[in-house]
Design a protein. Sequence first.
Length: 104
Amino acid sequence: MKAIDYSLNRWTQLTRFVDDADVPISNNWVENHIRPIALGRANWLFAGSLRAGKRAAAVMSLLHSARINGHDPYAYFKDVLERLPTHPASRIDELLPHRWAPPS
């Protein structure tokens, strides 16, 4: 009975895909792509200390973001780590995976 009440109370949201062809009927694609990120973040919290876990989670997030944005993670990290010492702090957002471009 709880499942039926849940569905009926969210009927508009559950049937939104019927009115808008751009809304997918399932979010499995997104779930499958973010699962490694979420699991990595959870697993890295046991990296020896909270501080180490947060750092590892940040690195894993960058790695998976690079993959999702179509970059080779090794090439991304190699380029970013080489550029960091001389890159202006005010433009650090240029090195994020969704804005980064491989060197030409």
